[in-house]
Design a protein around this ligand. Sequence first.
Ligand code: T4K
Length: 390
Amino acid sequence: MKTIRSTADLAIFGASPAFVEPLHVGRPNLGDKEALLRYTAEIYDRRWLTNNGPLVQELESRIAARLGVKHCVAMCNGTVALEIAVRALGLEGEVIIPSYTFIATAHALHWQAITPVFADVDPDTHNLDPDAVRRMITPRTSGIIGVHLWGRPAPTDALQQIADEHGLQLMFDAAHGFDCSHQGKKLGNFGRCEVLSFHATKVFNTFEGGAVVTNDDELAEAIRLMRNFGFAGYDNVIHPGTNGKMPEINAAMGLVNMDALGEFVCANDRCHSQYFAALAGVPGLTVLPYDRDNDPNYQYVVVEVGDDSAVSRDEILAALHAENILARKYFWPGCHGMQPYRDLFPHARLVLPNTIRVAERVIVLPTGPTLSEVAIDTVAAVINQRMAAA
Ligand code: T4K
């Protein structure tokens, strides 16, 4: 098998894929291995493995300080963090969310017998369209969950205004937005609370993990109780709760990765810039830009295949997959097209024209510290070659 070392090699790879090892979207970012092993030995010796251990507390303090929020409550994953936040806000009935998001945003509601109501997105930003949100409000609506998709800020002011006008709760799914800013503040400071994901595929990972961040003291207190079955000391349960705790080993990974976060973001920025330049002149393709003023983490390299493209999104994807470049079509087909929502709301698509359009156009490309310049050149060359062959 031939591994492509330069774009010139493309001419001769013939039936062999460009990469022997697949190129993945979401390859984990890893900090210093020795530091992780030292933390692991410490955990072992201390025999304190979970239940609000010292490393979890240290990680929470560091995240809160970094984001400039009063409270960070670390969790076992982002989905449970969403579920707990939804419950702590007392959401019920219907909650408005985008359909164009990872399925966890919808499931966190449905799992608690709350109806997710899908509002359309702005086709330029891929984030909730405030006018579409207004149209979906009913007497049963109790809240809105905005998603900062790709780490690009949702329209926080417009959503807050709608929430205030209608007496609704507003929270954000900031799973993609760790360490990104908006209006001079880090994401995490908007709505009543925001939810982070530290999954392996995220810019900052704790293997699995997540957190709720908030500036609201009472809410933070309730969320802390709910994370640990409602315990307020030995034998004293004062609140309904679940098990959302982050283990110490995950917090150790977080502390290690926190020290390397700057390098991860730098590598993502390098990849994004290189793709941006390499695909700039290709008719029909747009690499989504990030606003440097918002401290983007550049975790997602999102390419939109326009109507003027000679080749369809799926044809480009097939060409990439044939070369072992495992690009993805996040978040196709939108939550409304997945179960149980497809059966529950068969007409949802009628109010989601932009969602459908965007979901049919997006390709997410591999990125991150493991990607060399040659690899990115090769990915771009495969795309260019497929476009030229049309
Ligand atoms: N809200 C939003 C907006 C989200 O995007 C997410 C998660 C959540 C909420 C929920 O947060 P968590 O409960 O997950 O903390 C992945 C992630 O599993 C998911 O965390 C993430 N969003 C979503 C966008 O992406 P999949 O279905 O794409 O995962 P998978 O297994 O296909 O992995 C993606 C790629 O990463 C593959 O090409 C292989 C590579 N990979 C993956 C893992 C786990 C590795 O190379 N090494 C690994 O260890 O969902």
